[in-house]
Design a protein around this ligand. Structure first.
Ligand code: HDE
Length: 718
């Protein structure tokens, strides 16, 4: 269709060909309703329902003016200067100039998804929150993140991951802003700027990006021994998750729950992934950062698009709300401590399912604003000094990041409960508030809005006794033990997981330049475990520090190890190498799909291999780290575009197999992944634990799936 200026006198503008026929834009995915603003008479006013921001087939300005050309600026002649009067040019460039907002000061890199939470009703004896009632379904938005890296950094760096959930409940929004590690580096929030300054890149060079392997981080944590427990987790496999889908989540702090009778309990929140708790190997994580820096973001998006909806069960450890607020000698207000699950089991209270990707990354994942102070009746706080600093920080940071106090009106942040506040005006105000008296009490607006009572669902803070005391800046004596829980964690890991911790310390400290920092950290490790300390010292080539104190007896907590269980394989990814020989590929694909696994065919070239079989990866685009297991239906000879194999003498390929396929197999072996093969493929996979060959592709696939349910072939790493 050609643009026309109906009835315009004079010459028509030049027409610009469109690649397709104009049609209306795609409809937006369903989104939340606008905030309701209730007038004194009870009428609902305020912003309209979430508008479709793109309407009609024609390009317009922001004011809705139709445009006939957006590719040429208005000039004095085709080769002349651009005219200041070009209002479309100025609007387009000005808006572009202001497209970016400040990234989050921490957790800048992340990805989110929509979903639902269904309560089991099992929490009713301890919590009156409506969203936990049996069968109650509540919409949620979850954002996962790394902590240290900037918005464009890579996904699989060694870091703690954020796991923040916004529950849009009928009683107001509840945010559970947790991490994938159950403890934190510091016991008092006043030190948060210090730990973050230490972990972020060096201020002079702005390097390294998204890494803890540098002097300032290790300087800080070696000087703050309360960080030791979190550092142990940070050096463990937990800090390199296989996927956001395979991470546990933790509320970290102890919260106070209130039931219908007004009785209180102390709890710690846990998210347990139905997919299992799995991690990458450090070498895989490093390779992925180059090969696919969006690995976790892509994995989450693809799984949801494919219908493999990830799930987490929400659970609580429940403790009596005693005046001491301790359990088995553990201070529940100390965020550097866990309570082992063997002492207080995690009791399931509901299920989270992520089932819808965002329509627009910026509008949803970037603009979502979490806050630990977003609470609902039934969920109250404790006096954890880390939590109290957070209660200030989250609201404060949104003022800068989202440009003012009205960020709760952004579609992703709008409560699903009716809003009738007396907050007015300010930058980016989109509500049109009615009434003349936004204050209380008033008589001009009929007294509205009114206070609610407990029976109306009002949030009432639990009256808590505050001990008679003096103002001090000090930590309680019960926060003083910094070493027994790191030791408990290390001793709860399997030998292969302990080995990973040792190597991670050796890698990270090996990247430091300051000798004094490395030596100080070794002195810290000596107080955790003698073998850990001596093996790291040996790796660094430094003397083992002397420690003549007593190391505490600890009872290992098997729940802290990620190894030794079988998990569902749904949503995992398996590569199948094929070429002209496609025997058994269809059967293998069908068997994998039947199990909910994603099969990706890898071939010498893209496009169809046979009538029905299309390659999703080529030898050029595939790398082993993308796959959880590998199958080979063929032993393809070197393709013309293959670089010579590494052990090739000039001009004479040493291998009959394409070197990129040889590398796939070698890495799958090294990274302890299950390998299966049939036909010609069986000749190139070698043997050993976790290598399955046979004539029947379906039987090979079944054996590989059994191995995959343990995540890796751990025997190969023993
Ligand atoms: Fe945060 N944290 N934090 N944090 N945090 C932020 O808020 C802060 C802490 C966590 O996907 C910021 O909106 C302080 C613990 C997550 O949008 C900021 C302290 C835990 C996210 C902030 C902590 C977290 C944040 C930056 C110590 C686990 C990402 C942007 C007192 C229980 C949320 C923002 C998202 C984000 C402050 C410690 C989790 C600056 C002061 C402990 C998952 O407000």
């Amino acid at each position: 269709m050609e643009p026309k200026i109906p009835g315009a006198p004079g010459p028509q503008p030049p027409t610009v060909a469109e690649p397709t026929e104009p049609r209306d834009p795609l409809p937006p995915k369903p989104d939340q309703d606008a905030p309701e603003t209730v007038s004194p008479t009870g009428a609902v006013t305020g912003a309209p329902k979430t508008a479709n921001s793109q309407q009609g087939p024609f390009l317009t300005t922001a004011q809705g003016l139709r445009l006939y050309d957006t590719d040429h600026s208005l000039k004095a002649g085709a080769r002349g200067p651009t005219l200041l009067q070009d209002h479309h040019l100025r609007e387009k460039i000005t808006h572009f100039d202001h497209e970016r907002i400040p990234e989050r000061v921490v957790h800048a890199r992340g990805a989110g998804a929509h979903g639902v939470f269904v309560g089991y009703g099992t929490a009713e004896s301890v919590c009156k929150a409506g969203f936990l009632r049996k069968g109650k379904t509540t919409p949620v938005f979850v954002r996962f993140s790394t902590v240290v890296g900037s918005r464009g950094s890579a996904d699989t760096v060694r870091d703690t991951r954020g796991f923040a959930t916004k529950f849009y409940t009928d009683e107001g929004t509840f945010d559970l802003v947790g991490n994938n590690i159950p403890v934190f580096f510091i016991q008092d929030g006043i030190k948060f700027p210090d730990i973050i300054h230490a972990a972020k890149p060096h201020p002079d060079r702005e390097i390294p990006q998204a890494q803890s392997a540098h002097d300032t981080f290790w300087d800080f944590v070696s000087l703050h021994t309360e960080a030791t427990h979190h550092v142990l987790w940070h050096m463990s496999d937990r800090a390199v998750p296989r996927s956001y889908r395979t991470m546990e989540g933790f509320g970290v702090h102890t919260f106070r729950l209130v039931n219908d009778a007004g009785e209180t309990s102390l709890v710690k929140f846990h998210w347990k992934p139905a997919q299992g708790v799995h991690s990458l190997l450090w070498e895989e994580a490093q390779l992925i950062n180059g090969i696919d820096p969006d690995f976790h973001r892509r994995d989450l998006y693809d799984a949801i698009e494919a219908g493999a909806f990830p799930q987490w069960e929400l659970g609580v450890q429940v403790f009596p709300d005693t005046p001491e607020q301790t359990f088995e000698g553990i201070d529940l207000l100390d965020p550097t401590k866990i309570v082992p699950e063997e002492l207080a089991p995690v009791q399931p209270i509901g299920m989270l399912t992520l089932n819808r990707n965002p329509t627009n990354f910026f509008a949803e994942s970037e603009q979502v604003a979490f806050h630990v102070g977003h609470l609902v009746p039934g969920i109250d706080l404790t006096d954890d000094p880390l939590l109290h600093a957070r209660l200030f920080s989250y609201l404060d940071t949104q003022l800068t990041r989202l440009g003012g106090p009205n960020f709760h009106q952004l579609p992703i942040n709008r409560p699903h409960a009716p809003v009738n506040d007396m907050l007015r005006d300010g930058y980016h105000q989109t509500a049109v508030h009615g009434g003349a008296a936004p204050y209380r009490p008033n008589s001009l607006d009929g007294g509205c809005p009114f206070h609610a009572g407990v029976a109306d669902g009002a949030y009432v803070e639990m009256p808590q006794r505050v001990e008679e005391s003096v103002k001090v800046r000090e930590a309680p004596a019960s926060f003083a033990d910094h070493f027994s829980q790191p030791r408990l964690f290390f001793h709860s890991l399997s030998p292969v997981e302990q080995e990973h911790v040792i190597r991670a310390f050796t890698f990270e400290l090996g990247k430091c330049y300051e000798q004094a920092v490395k030596e100080r950290q070794l002195r810290v490790l000596a107080r955790v475990d003698a073998r850990l300390c001596s093996e790291v010292a040996t790796g660094l080539g430094l003397p083992v520090p002397e420690f003549d104190g007593e190391l505490p007896e600890v009872t290992p907590s098997p729940a802290l190890s990620q190894i030794g269980r079988r998990w569902p394989v749904e949503g995992r990814v398996v590569g199948i190498v094929a070429d002209h020989s496609v025997d058994g590929v269809e059967a293998a694909r069908a068997a994998l799909e039947e199990a909910g696994v994603v099969p990706l065919v890898i071939a010498p070239h893209g496009g169809p291999l046979t009538d029905g079989l299309v390659a999703q990866r080529t030898f050029l685009t595939a790398r082993s780290v993308e796959f959880d297991a590998l199958l080979l239906a063929a032993a393809p000879p070197p393709a013309p575009d293959a670089l010579p194999a590494r052990d090739t003498k000039a001009g004479a390929p040493s291998s009959t197999v394409d070197p990129r396929v040889a590398l796939l197999v070698e890495e799958a072996h090294r990274h302890a992944k299950a390998i299966g093969a049939w036909g010609e493929g069986a000749s190139v996979v070698g043997d050993g634990p976790g290598v399955v060959t046979g004539d029947d592709p379906t039987a090979v696939v079944q054996d590989v799936l059994t191995l995959l349910s343990e995540h890796r072939v751990w025997d190969r790493l023993a």
